[in-house]
Design a protein around this ligand. Structure first.
Ligand code: ADP
Length: 237
C-alpha cells in the first residue's frame, strides 16, 4: 500500500481579485521506502504539494491519504497526532529553536509523545544525534553550528519521532554544494538502512540525480515522472 496517496488534488489561493492555481489535478502514489524528489522551477507548486502532503495545508479539491488515512479536509489541529507520529519536516532555513541546544531541539517534538519516559527520550535523542554525527555538538546552540550541522540537527529532529515519512522543502538551498551533497547522502543512507520514506523538493540538478524517483512539476501540474534505475539498483544491493 502507498504510504502517501494524492488523488486529483487542486489548490487555489485567492490573491486580491484573482485566484492562483498552485496545484491542478495532481495525482501521485508514493511507496514506502521511496527516496523521491519533486523538481521544478520556482512557483511550479512544489512547496504547496509538500505542505498538503504534510497536512500543513488543505487541498481545495481532491483527497490525500497518509498511511491509508484520509487526511483531506481536516484541520492541522485534528491532524496533530498523524503529523506528530508519522511525518517529519526539514526546512531550507532549518527552523531550529535558537535558544535550545541541539539536544533540546531534537527532544522538542518528543514532548508531544506522552508515552515516552524521560529516559526513553534521552536515549532516542542520543541515538539520532549519533546517526547524524553530532554527538559531540549536543550542547551547542544553533548559532554555534555551521549550516550543514544545523541541517543535521533538523534531520535528527525529524527522525526522532520515528516518522515514516520525512518531508524536506529545498533542504540544500541554503548550503554550499559540498555540504548539500553530504546532507543528501546522509538522508539517502537513512532511507536505505532504516527504510524511511523521504520526499524532498529541489531545483538543483545534482540533488535530483540522487533520487530514486523524480516528479517534475510545471505550472501546478506533474509534467513527468521518472524512475532512476541506477539508484534503484544501488538500493537493492
Ligand atoms: P514552488 O515551491 O515550486 O516555488 P509554490 O508551491 O510555493 O511553488 O507556489 C505555487 C504558486 O502558488 C505560485 O504561483 C505562488 O505564488 C502561489 N502561492 C503559494 N502560496 C501562496 C499563498 N499562501 N497565497 C497566494 N499564492 C500562493
Amino acid at each position: 500500500m502507498a504510504i502517501v496517496k494524492v488523488e486529483k488534488v487542486s489548490k487555489r489561493y485567492p490573491l486580491g481579485e484573482q485566484v492562483v492555481e498552485a496545484l491542478r489535478d495532481v495525482s501521485l502514489e508514493i511507496e514506502p521506502g521511496s527516496f523521491l524528489a519533486i523538481a521544478g522551477p520556482s512557483g511550479s507548486g512544489k512547496s504547496t504539494l509538500l505542505n498538503i502532503i504534510g497536512c500543513i495545508d488543505n487541498p481545495s479539491a481532491g483527497r490525500v491519504f497518509i498511511d491509508g488515512h484520509d487526511v483531506s479536509g481536516k484541520t492541522p489541529d485534528q491532524l496533530a497526532d498523524v503529523r506528530a507520529r508519522t511525518l517529519g519536516f526539514i526546512f531550507q532555513n532549518f527552523n531550529l529553536l535558537p535558544v535550545l541546544s541541539a539536544r533540546e531541539n531534537v527532544d522538542y517534538p518528543l514532548l508531544q509523545l506522552p508515552e515516552l519516559t524521560r529516559a526513553e527520550r534521552r536515549e532516542r535523542v542520543a541515538h539520532y544525534l549519533e546517526v547524524v554525527g553530532l554527538t559531540r555538538y549536543a550542547s551547542h546552540r544553533p548559532n554555534q553550528l555551521s549550516g550543514g550541522q544545523r541541517q543535521r540537527v533538523a534531520i535528527a529532529r525529524a527522525l526522532a519521532t520515528h516518522s515514516r515519512v520525512v518531508l524536506a522543502d529545498e533542504p540544500t538551498a541554503n548550503l554550499d554544494r559540498e555540504t548539500g551533497r553530504s546532507i543528501l547522502e546522509l538522508m539517502q543512507n537513512i532511507n536505505r538502512t532504516a527504510g524511511t520514506t523521504f520526499i524532498f523538493s529541489t531545483h538543483d540538478q545534482h540533488v535530483m540525480t540522487m533520487a530514486d524517483r523524480l516528479v517534475h512539476m510545471e505550472d501546478g501540474r506533474i509534467r513527468a515522472l521518472e524512475t532512476n534505475a541506477a539508484e534503484l539498483a544501488g538500493a537493492a544491493q
